[in-house]
Structure formats: C-alpha cells, structure tokens
Write a protein that binds this ligand. Structure first.
Ligand code: SF4
Ligand code: SF4
Length: 77
C-alpha cells in the first residue's frame, strides 16, 4: 500500500486596523491575488482571504502600518 503524504497547507489571516487605514488602496493594487477590497466605510478589508498566499506585499506597502498578515498552519484535506 502506498503511503499517503499529508502536506501542511498554509493559511493566512489578513488583518486591517480600521483606525489606522486611510483607504488609499495601495494594498489593493499591489495584491497579486485580489484578496483586498475597500469596505463601505472606505477601509481596506480582506474580501477573498482564502486566496491569500502570504506574500506580505500589502503589509510592506501600507504607509500607515495598518495591515498585518498572520500565518496559520492546518492540514490539507
Ligand atoms: S495601504 Fe494601508 S492605509 Fe492604504 S488602504 Fe491599504 S491598509 Fe489602508
Ligand atoms: S499577503 Fe500578499 S496575497 Fe495576501 S493579501 Fe497581502 S498582498 Fe495579497
């Protein structure tokens, strides 16, 4: 019987500090996976969080340090 290799799938949470975010959209433009969008209140928010690959470009480009990308590990199904 062949062994089954379980691969840990990395998942990411993208957190936006709604007080610090000024809605400049730089993070939305830089994200390669279209994870981010602007909310009704003109703050960045993760609208497709499951697509995040954890590249942290959004975190790095934000002039107001309003984005934090957190990594969670879970087993792939
Ligand atoms: S780059 Fe920062 S300040 Fe600009 S929209 Fe994104 S989170 Fe908000
Ligand atoms: S970490 Fe990368 S993929 Fe995830 S939201 Fe930020 S820019 Fe997009």
């Amino acid at each position: 019987m062949r062994g089954v290799v379980k691969i840990a799938a990395k998942k990411f949470n993208v957190l936006v500090n709604g007080v610090w975010c000024k809605g400049c959209s730089l993070c939305i433009g830089v994200c390669p996976k279209n994870v981010l969008g602007l909310s009704d209140r003109l703050k960045a928010e993760a609208v497709n969080q499951e697509n995040c690959i954890g590249c942290r470009q959004c975190e790095n480009i934000c002039p107001d340090l309003a984005i934090t990308v957190q990594e969670n590990e879970s087993e792939a199904k």
